[in-house]
Each structure stands twice: as C-alpha cells, then as structure tokens.
Design a protein. Structure first.
Ligand SMILES: Nc1ncnc2c1ncn2[C@@H]1O[C@H](COP(=O)(O)OP(=O)(O)OP(=O)(O)O)[C@@H](O)[C@H]1O
Length: 375
C-alpha cells in the first residue's frame, strides 16, 4: 500500500500537467507520492474575497444588520483582544488562512478564571470573509460546527473569536498518520453530520464550499467541527425547490472543487458532497491503516466515496444518505472487530475506483481516470 496505494492510470498523463498542484493526478512516477493535504490552496477565478471599506452612507437594512449580530453575539473591545493575545504576539499564532491569522488567546470571563479561545484577525482583503463568517456563524448552533463566541468590529480591525479547538486541523493529523481507521471513520461521520446540518438544518441551506482537511478542526476529544466559513454561500430555504447559486468568484482547492463548478460556476449542496468524497479519499490514504479495514466496511466506504465523486451532481447522494452509509460502515467495522480478535484483515483483491471520463476545461480533451488500491 502506501506510495503504491493509489496508482493513477491515466493514458494521457503528460497532458494532465494543468493539474500540476494536484498530486493525486500528477506525479513523476504515476504514483501518489504526496497527500492531497499538501496541495496548495489555489485561487479560482481571481478569488472572491475582495472587499471595499465600509461606506458611511448606510441603508436601513445595513443599519439593522449589525444590531441583530450584536444581539446574537458578544462584541469584544479591541483592548480585550489585544490583552488576550499579548498584543497579537506572533508566538501565539496557531494557524493562518488566506487573509487572516489565527491566535491562541486567553480571555477573562467576568473576573472568573481564564479561558482559551481562538482569535482570527482578518487583514484588509479578508473583510468580506469576516462579514460572511459572522453573518453565518451567529445563526449556527451545532455540535459539529465551530462556535463563534464573539467579534470585534473596529474601523481598521476585524476580528472573530471562536471556541478553541485544541487538536487543530485534520490535515495536520493526516500528515502525522497517527489516526486509527475507526477514528477516521468517526471523524468522517462527524463531518457528514455537520454538513447535513448546514444543508438542511438551518432556515436556509448553507453550502460550506471549501470543505477539506484544513477546514475540519478537532477538539480535545478529537471530535470534528466544521470551520472556515468565509467562502460559504446561503441557498434556498430548506425543502423549497433547490436554488442554484451562480458565483463568479470562489475560493477552492483543486481536487476538492466540484467539477460542475469548474464548468459553469453553479453551486448546490452537491458541491460539498463532491468535496466530502475527496475528503473520504484522503482519510483512506495511509500505510498505517493497512490490514485494519474489514472488507465489508471497506466496500460500503468505497461505494460512498465513488458516488460522492460522480461527475454529474444529480448522481451524487445527499449528505444525509452519505452519513447513514458511513454509520453503517462503522458498525460493520465494529462487528468485524468483535469477531476477529487480532483485528487484521486482508482485502482480497485490488479495488479499482473509476472516476470516469473528465474533460479538461483548458484543452477540451477527455481523460479517463482510475484509482487503484492494492491493499
Ligand atoms: N477555533 C480554532 N481553534 C484552533 N485552531 C483554529 C481555530 N480556527 C482556526 N484555527 C487554525 O487556523 C487555521 C486557519 O483557520 P481557518 O480554516 O478558519 O482559515 P481559513 O478559512 O482558511 O481563513 P480565511 O477565512 O482567511 O480564508 C486552521 O487550519 C487551524 O489550524
């Protein structure tokens, strides 16, 4: 397994260099030599986070908006947040986004003991993301979505304060390769639950749009929560006719970005399902779990992954269906582990995942893509 786990058979590989940053598709020896989490985040269509400074002429709806947010969410003074981060000390930086830095902060709560938070300080280009995150997150309450504790909105400083996720992002753990197969499955189920809530649980559907291992954070119990809502979009009311959102600019990461968007710039819930399929692919790619996967569990898992990655959005399942199937896969694994005392499994044959024919949007040629797992 390992380096040879996912061999790509692409008959026109050299022609595929346009996916150069996507190591699943292009490696010198046709093998998967780097994990997908090492893919650099790339801009699509010149990035959608441009933002203008707030104007002084506000409409009545604009005046109402901050009032609502202030009611739902605590407003911190800049002084409090400076104090909490030792004046934004670089030693406190725990992560960074495209237009922000995230600090580990320490706040005092009504004179009681300190509590740790994550403090995201946006640079000027990220002000639109600040607005979007605050608008969405103050409406969301779900154990699988990171909680917004408050914000600070000063003329030149836009800052969000979140619950602190002490185990950081999933991509770090995938790189370290320490997660057991069962834990990986549980994390995927948690992520599916979070997405299911976003798609169906709020008044209007929310599409995360940049789901990946970097936007899945883990708490002290290693439970996952969705984060990074700065590029999310709101769709139609749940149960009403699915509305498509046309976007002309969006952030994305090659591989995790649904092919349908690349074609026509339309976002639906199936966009996130595609990204989720890619996440399933990535959590599977690791030699450490060799021999740990029960064949029945593997079959359900792979079937789900393949349908999530279907080229046509209509052929992809809803995230609710994915969640149910992954729970089924987990229970199969647990059952197998009970009967198989040493918990070592052999998958009898190669598994071939056919991702079908893909058309290159630049050269307009078709490519046939397969991933071959020999475990
Ligand atoms: N609540 C948190 N607790 C702990 N670490 C966090 C938290 N939020 C973010 N981080 C760290 O900061 C990194 C970047 O955060 P996030 O995913 O929110 O940024 P982003 O969405 O890429 O940023 P941007 O909105 O600027 O594009 C994460 O990968 C994680 O390491």
């Amino acid at each position: 397994m390992g380096r040879e786990l996912a061999r790509l058979q692409d008959f026109r590989l050299l022609k595929f260099q346009w996916l150069d940053s996507h190591q699943v598709f292009v490696t010198s020896e046709n093998y998967l030599s780097k994990k997908v989490s090492q893919i650099g985040t790339m801009f699509l269509n010149c990035v959608g986070m441009c933002c203008s400074k707030p104007t002084t002429n506000t409409t009545s709806s604009q005046r109402q908006f901050p009032t609502l947010i202030e009611e739902l969410c605590h407003q911190f003074s800049l002084t409090d947040l400076r104090k909490a981060t030792n004046n934004f000390d670089q030693k406190r930086v725990i992560g960074s986004g495209l237009f922000s830095e995230v600090y580990k902060g320490c706040l005092q709560h009504d004179g009681a003991s300190d509590y740790t938070v994550a403090i995201k300080r946006f640079d000027y280009q990220g002000w639109a993301a600040f607005n979007k995150e605050i608008e969405l997150l103050c409406q969301l309450r779900h154990p699988r979505c990171v909680s917004l504790i408050g914000f600070s909105n000063h003329e030149n400083e836009k800052i969000l304060v979140y619950e602190y996720m002490s185990n950081g992002s999933l991509d770090k753990h995938l790189q370290e390769g320490q997660l057991s197969w069962k834990k990986r499955l549980e994390i995927c189920i948690g992520v599916a639950r979070g997405l299911h809530y976003l798609h169906t649980g709020a008044k209007r559907s929310i599409f995360h749009c940049i789901l990946g291992p970097g936007t899945v954070l883990l708490d002290d119990q290693m439970e996952p929560k969705l984060a990074g809502f700065g590029a999310s979009e709101q769709g139609s009311r749940f149960m009403s006719k699915q509305k498509q959102i046309n976007v002309d600019r969006v952030l994305g990461c090659w591989g995790y970005t649904a092919t349908d968007y690349l074609m026509d710039g339309i976002i639906t819930a199936k966009w996130d399902v595609f990204s989720f399929g890619f996440l399933l692919l990535e959590v599977r790619i690791d030699p450490i779990i060799k021999g740990k996967i029960a064949p029945d569990c593997w079959q359900v898992f792979v079937d789900m992954m393949v349908t999530c990655l279907k080229y046509k959005p209509d052929e992809r399942p809803t995230i609710g269906e994915v969640e149910v199937q992954l729970e089924h896969a987990l229970s199969m694994q647990e059952q197998a582990d009970i009967t198989n005392s040493n918990s070592e499994y052999t998958l009898l044959s190669k598994t071939i995942i056919s991702l079908g024919v893909k058309k290159c949007i630049w050269c307009n040629q078709n490519y046939f893509l397969q991933l071959i797992f020999s475990i």
